[in-house]
Design a protein around this ligand. Structure first.
Ligand code: SF4
Length: 462
């Protein structure tokens, strides 16, 4: 085994991808370099998620795989961080006593210290308050041209199916100036697209100023020279305000795509979920954003089989999906998660009923995804190249501003450059295209990804 190497495995959402870039950045600052696989690394980090049941199973499966390798290489250190660690420190200790370090969502910055302490025995530390905004930690970005930018952490809502408030804590926003400074630094490093991250991006700034500042943030970022695209995830429908829609429509950089989680189309289910909006208000926001940004792509999240969901309630979800005609949807079968209110609800829906409803929903959504993609056939689109196509290495893949995946042929297309592409055909999950023009931006000669210290000064809560 080579000395001073690490490997980070990430489960779950974009916030975890962001945090993993920080975990890797701290290790590189300590002199570690990235190994090709966990089996070869001296420090193996699992950045975990606890939103879905399968994430636990995958973690313990991967830990079991590493056990004999660690037995043969006692210097190997295994680290478990993230949401599952925050929730389940004692369980990890019991089920995998050979884990060396456990740290939670609030103390990522403690990794180097805990690794040093682990030389003398297990170092498990979970804290309940954020010590340092993860964005202030050094980062090893996984992309030279794209940056994840955390604008807030935690969530003040109480959706009954969701464990996030329990593991990520109360909402805390970063200072606006720190976010703009981070984005400016990223652009200097070659980034052209950023994705703003928060559990509820629309309420960004409420804890700073008493009023949401997300629209103002979008307008400030629009002034960053060299920044081409801004995406964000996720807005909560209840907080998706007119000022945000106006800022989106009037900003050069904000992409014509919004992911607006629905969860259910039934008012009674939404009440049981404590989502704080109803079907009518959700549809009103959809109509407003379409009016302001014609051609915007809309995607969503939907949970099927929430406790006590009746056939009629599920049909309301189906009818809303037909009414909106989403470009895409992440569809989930409800499964009770410990530490959530809904896990205690009576009338959990039998598996076979959930599966049948799920299959019907997926069929409707597939039809709409195809229809929306077919509508852009023949159009000329700006595509940001991401790299070779996974299915056909002779072709490249990129995304339109509406976040649609496009495959096309171009021998010279480098990741992070723009091409102009005519869409030639469509399927539900991607488009095929033909090169019309480009590049609009020279590829940067970035062979080694930069370590970015993300902010100037302190970015903790004011
Ligand atoms: S808004 Fe609801 S679903 Fe989203 S993180 Fe907060 S509690 Fe969870």
């Amino acid at each position: 085994m080579g000395a001073k190497t690490y490997f980070v495995t990430t489960y779950g959402c974009q916030m975890n991808e962001h945090d993993s870039e920080r975990l890797a950045g701290m290790l590189e600052t300590e002199g570690y370099s990235q190994a090709d696989s966990p089996d070869e690394a001296e420090v193996v980090v699992f950045n975990t998620c606890c939103i879905r049941e399968k994430a636990d199973q995958r973690l313990y499966g991967n830990l079991g795989h590493l056990k004999p390798i660690k037995d043969a290489n006692p210097d190997m250190k295994i680290v478990v961080g993230g949401c599952l660690a925050q929730k389940d420190k004692a369980t990890i200790q019991k089920r995998a006593p050979y884990v060396d370090v456990v740290l939670g969502t609030h103390n990522l910055g403690s990794l180097p210290r805990l690794l040093r302490e682990a030389e003398h025995g297990p170092a498990f530390e979970i804290v309940e308050q954020t010590e340092t905004f993860p964005s202030a930690l050094p980062s090893r970005r996984s992309s030279p041209w794209h940056g994840w930018v955390s604008i807030s952490i935690g969530c003040n809502n109480s959706c009954t199916f969701c464990i996030v408030p329990a593991v990520r804590g109360r909402e805390a926003s970063r200072r606006l100036g720190d976010i703009v400074a981070e984005v400016e630094a990223l652009v200097v490093d070659g980034v052209v697209e950023v994705t703003l991250l928060g559990q509820n991006v629309n309420s960004y700034g409420r804890d700073l100023d008493g009023t949401p500042m997300f629209a103002r943030l979008l307008r400030e970022l629009d002034r960053v020279e060299g920044l081409e695209r801004v995406r964000f995830t996720s807005p909560h429908p209840k907080d998706f305000r007119d000022d945000t829609i106006a800022a989106m429509a009037e900003s050069r950089t904000v992409c014509e795509h919004i992911h607006l989680p629905l969860q259910s189309g039934s008012d009674s289910v939404l009440r049981r979920m404590k989502r704080a909006y109803n079907r009518g208000r959700y549809l009103e926001k959809v109509h407003k954003v379409r009016e302001a940004m014609p051609g915007i792509a809309i995607t969503t999240d939907i949970i099927v089989g929430f406790p006590a969901e009746t056939d009629a309630e599920f049909d309301e979800t189906l009818s809303l999906v037909e009414e909106v005609g989403y470009d895409g949807a992440f569809t989930f079968q409800y499964s009770p998660r410990p530490m959530t209110e809904a896990a205690e609800f009576a009338d959990q829906i039998p598996k076979e009923v959930v599966q049948e409803r799920f299959d019907r929903l997926v069929a409707v959504q597939e039809r709409w995804s195809l229809k929306r993609n077919e509508a852009v056939v023949g159009r000329i689109e700006e595509v940001l190249v991401e790299g070779s196509s996974k299915k056909d290495a002779s072709r490249v893949t990129g995304r339109t501003r509406t976040n649609k995946l496009v495959h096309f042929s171009d021998d010279t297309a480098a990741a992070g450059t723009f091409r102009t592409v005519e869409v030639t055909s469509a399927s539900p999950h991607h488009l095929e295209g033909a090169l019309v023009g480009g590049p609009r931006r020279d590829p940067r000669p970035t062979l080694t990804l930069p370590l970015v210290s993300a902010t100037s000064g302190c970015s903790s809560c004011p």
